[in-house]
Design a protein. Structure first.
Length: 368
């Protein structure tokens, strides 16, 4: 098979190199990158669709934040209010029809990238869209900036995938591999050869992994600068917002205060240990995956319930999934395929009769 030989050739020169070179430049299957693209695309798509019904008020320059306010936010005194000082929404320039066209076109491009259509072009488009929609103080939220990170690395991976050993046609080199399409096996038939490995897929995942581990570790180390995290009461305050907490609600919790504070402290220290120790288990296979993925799901639940951050949790889960190795992705897909293809056993009348209790069988005989 041509792809088998290209896979061997792709990594042949790296076998004699050091581990650092293999870490960055070994060619791997694109399965993980494509699955992460779907997950990231769904999160970004959900984020954009969450504005529907109020998107004019929240996003357009005719809404809550006008064009003059946007211009003022680009001044040096407002540095850091957004990832860039420009947005594609400025093209509308107050024209609501143009704004609607840009908004719904943006959603379409993100949907196409999620499905795997023309990923080289739609990947670039999605990154421009995400960074453009982030630059708005009316919708700016702490966890939203993580979407820009996902969009950037998904764009990079698909932009360069397959150029060196993908055996692509001219159209695929311009638009992206047709195998990126989620329903490629239905539309184009199953692959006759093994999928060609990609150095770009590995390189993109490594960049995402390094960036993600820095975010998690820095987030954990930052907590050491806050006295409430040392005292074990950091989670109590976001669970009791000052404008929602009353004297009556505090009195109702008083009988179980010791119990509540104890378990909040335990949860807090476990979360802190998971963040600080993240670099130690993130790249390890085996049972470390239970800590990695179990912690990610618990983290997602925690940031939603405690801090009310709907997007940071999915970002953490996707970031943790990026550490799975190709063989682990293959195992997950194989198990999922077997589960989806399993057939419901057909029970015959003879099997039903054979399983009848003896007393019931005698009763049927007497009736006859």
């Amino acid at each position: 098979m041509k792809n088998d030989r290209s896979a061997a050739d792709a990594n042949e020169g790296l076998q004699s190199g050091n581990a650092w070179t293999r870490f960055w430049f070994a060619a791997i299957p694109q399965t993980g990158m494509r699955l992460l693209r779907v997950l990231a695309g769904l999160v970004i798509l959900g984020w954009l669709l969450s504005f529907v019904g109020h998107h004019r008020e929240l996003l357009s320059v005719n809404g809550l934040v006008g064009f003059d306010a946007h211009s003022q936010l680009q001044g040096p005194e407002y540095e850091g209010t957004g990832p860039i000082g420009w947005s594609i929404l400025y093209f509308a320039n107050g024209n609501l029809a143009a704004f609607e066209a840009i908004y719904w076109t943006s959603i379409t491009i993100v949907l196409l990238f999620t499905l795997g259509v023309a990923t080289r072009l739609t990947g670039i488009g999605m990154w421009v869209i995400v960074t453009s929609f982030l630059y708005n103080p009316a919708t700016s939220y702490e966890g939203d900036y993580m979407l820009g990170i996902l969009a950037f690395y998904m764009m990079l991976g698909h932009l360069f995938a397959g150029f060196w050993n993908g055996d692509l046609s001219l159209n695929e080199k311009i638009l992206g591999s047709k195998r990126d399409f989620v329903f490629a096996n239905i539309a184009f038939g199953p692959e006759t050869d093994l999928p060609a490995p990609s150095t770009s897929a590995n390189w993109m995942l490594r960049l995402l992994q390094i960036h993600f581990v820095i975010i998690i570790l820095a987030n954990g180390l930052h907590k050491f600068q806050i006295a409430d995290w040392w005292a074990g009461v950091a989670l109590w305050y976001p669970l009791h917002p000052p404008f929602q907490t009353t004297a009556e609600s505090i009195l109702r919790e008083r009988p179980s205060a010791t119990f509540t504070l104890f378990w909040l402290s335990v949860a807090q220290y476990i979360a802190l240990a998971w963040q600080i120790g993240f670099p130690a288990f993130a790249w390890k296979p085996g049972w470390s995956r239970v800590v990695l993925l179990g912690g990610a799901m618990a983290y997602w639940l925690g940031v939603v319930v405690v801090f009310g951050l709907p997007l940071f949790g999915p970002f953490v889960v996707i970031g943790c999934l990026s550490y799975l190795r190709p063989e682990e992705w293959a195992y997950v897909i194989d198990r999922a395929s077997k589960w989806m293809k399993r057939e419901t056993p057909v029970i015959t009348k003879a099997q039903v009769e054979a399983k009848k209790p003896a007393a019931l069988a005698n009763k049927d005989t007497i009736k006859k």
